[in-house]
Write a protein that binds this ligand. Structure first.
Ligand code: C2E
Ligand code: SIN
Ligand code: SIN
Ligand code: FE
Ligand code: FE
Length: 491
């Protein structure tokens, strides 16, 4: 029993003398937990002292667990059970936080020593808020990076704005260049659909002014300043008091306005305003990248249409020049694609092979008519020129990125397995696979067609020639596959 109290029962205990040296505030309590006396050396805690006087302990301890422990201590006092807890109270217009300790002094006397921890508590709350805001920004970053749909992104952004900034409502208006109007894009926290039809000229209304002046506008009391939303009679139903409008600017262009609404006065600190600016920056980036993505998709479609037109245009030019060629191009393209399919080439490769086949002799547009249409054999000088047509194709097509994977056939269709072809004298497997396939189709179709320099060969003669050229002109492993295809064709 000796250890149950700090002081012997007969000691004269003077509150304040001993304890105030290491506490901001001390109090005595009876066994009911009623605060009987409070002392503090800190003048700013005088009001706090008054607030505490005559309160019961359980009224000031917020944590149920700490409360239970304190009650137990009051009922059966023991120095071993001394308990500590945090509490807060309003004093001089501020919330003050304390870390307190309850100690039994005598059977009917307890003391409470409290140290003020307001500074640390505020830092902790701020830290938590910063953490939340940072992680919000991070998730918006991720959403931007993943190319999320703009509508979804904006509504996510507004969720974050309203919860983390603790405001009643927020909206994003987007600037539309064609019409020169700010239009409602996304909203959160509105009772009515009052803003959904917003269309403002630049300079018109608060948000129009924000966009024009590229500056944040703050209206602390909408009722006093006139709402600026007079076009919407329903606006007064929203009971908004505070308005903030922030321009959304990316790469020097105003893309829209972020609007914040609150139904009472806001007293934001510097950090709140910082966060508002950061989130406005994020919104601007999101809008910018989403519209860039859209533009990119659009221009990709336009480009690929332009390319397809170009390819068709060129192959038409070639066809117009030589009526024979038209059928030849179509037949060798079909034959090559069928051979490639038979050999397990995938669809995206197939697309490049098809384009390459269509364009294989595009280089012939630069070869003079007197060579192309010469009814007899070519002279060495004429051959010199004719052999340039694969290189000319590469010169013509290589500036077009989109056709890069389709260049193999135009570039290498006259290479031979034994290395005696042109223009690079490649041999064996250094010749791209697509060009090895194509060469078979090309020569077979050329031989079985009339040429200005000779009549068409019979199919039988052409097949015999292909067989003989296996391992010389052609990849010997592909020849049997090709011949299967030709035989199928014949039936
Ligand atoms: P092309 O007429 O479409 O011939 C394509 C390829 O099929 C030729 O590539 C060659 O490998 C094969 N080929 C075509 N005809 C014959 C033939 O009668 N005998 C044999 N053994 N193979 C044949 P090549 O030789 O590199 O020729 C490329 C292009 O040069 C030909 O396309 C054609 O436009 C032109 N050419 C080739 N030989 C002559 C010729 O004697 N006179 C003229 N005017 N043009 C020729
Ligand atoms: C063609 O006559 O168009 C094809 C000739 C070649 O592949 O060089
Ligand atoms: C090039 O060689 O210029 C492009 C690739 C090819 O022709 O196969
Ligand atoms: Fe050719
Ligand atoms: Fe050809």
């Amino acid at each position: 029993m000796e250890n149950r109290f700090i002081l012997p029962a007969d000691t004269d205990f003077k509150l304040g003398e001993a304890l105030q040296a290491f506490s901001d505030l001390v109090a005595t309590l009876d066994q009911e937990g009623t605060i009987l006396e409070v002392r503090s050396n800190d003048p700013s805690l005088q009001e706090a002292s008054t607030v505490l006087l005559n309160k019961r302990l359980h009224e000031i301890i917020p944590s149920p667990r700490a409360n239970a422990l304190a009650c137990e201590l009051l009922a059966t006092p023991s120095i071993e059970k001394s308990t500590s807890f945090e509490f807060s109270l309003f004093a001089s217009g501020n919330l003050r936080w304390f870390e307190a300790r309850l100690l039994p002094v005598r059977p009917s006397q307890f003391i409470l020593t409290a140290r003020e921890i307001t500074k640390y508590k505020r830092a902790e709350v701020q830290y938590q808020q910063q953490l939340q805001r940072l992680s919000a920004l991070r998730s918006i970053d991720l959403a931007i990076a993943s190319g999320l749909d703009l509508d979804l992104l904006l509504s996510m952004l507004l969720d974050q704005v309203t919860t983390l900034m603790q405001v009643d409502a927020a909206a994003i208006l987007l600037y539309e260049r064609e019409s020169n109007l700010l239009k409602f894009a996304s909203g959160k926290g509105f009772r009515t659909n009052v803003l959904q039809h917003t269309r403002l000229k630049i300079g018109e209304g608060y948000s129009g002014r924000v966009a024009l002046e590229r500056k944040m506008i703050h209206i602390p009391n909408l009722a006093k300043h006139g709402t600026g939303f007079d076009r919407s009679p329903l606006f007064s139903n929203e009971d908004f008091v505070t308005y903030y409008g922030v321009p959304l600017i990316a790469k020097g262009r105003v893309l829209g306005v972020l609007e914040i609404f609150h139904r009472s006065r806001l007293q934001p600190d510097a950090e709140w305003l910082d966060f508002l600016n950061i989130i406005a920056g994020q919104a601007a980036i999101a809008i910018d990248s989403a519209s860039m993505f859209k533009e990119l998709q659009k221009s990709n479609i336009e480009l690929s249409m332009a390319y397809n037109d170009t390819i068709e245009g060129w192959s038409r030019t070639l066809d117009l020049r030589d009526r024979e060629t038209k059928g030849h191009t179509r037949r060798v393209t079909d034959l090559t694609v069928r051979l490639a399919t038979l050999l397990g080439v995938n669809d995206s490769e197939l697309l490049h092979i098809r384009r390459g086949a269509i364009l294989h002799d595009i280089g012939k547009v630069a070869i003079p008519d007197h060579i192309i249409f010469k009814p007899g054999p070519l002279t060495p000088e004429e051959w010199e020129i004719m052999r340039q047509h694969p290189k000319i194709a590469v010169d013509l097509l290589s500036p077009i990125n989109y056709l890069a994977p389709a260049l193999e056939i135009p570039h290498y269709h006259h290479e031979k397995w034994d290395g005696s072809g042109y223009p690079e004298q490649l041999a064996g497997e250094s010749i791209p696979f697509s060009a090895r396939l194509f060469a078979l189709a090309d020569v077979f179709d050329a031989l079985t067609s009339d040429r200005p320099y000779r009549r068409a060969w019979s199919k039988y003669d052409a097949i015999e020639y292909i067989k003989k050229q296996a391992g010389k002109h052609f990849d010997p492993r592909i020849v049997p596959e090709f011949l299967k295809l030709i035989h199928e064709n014949g039936r």
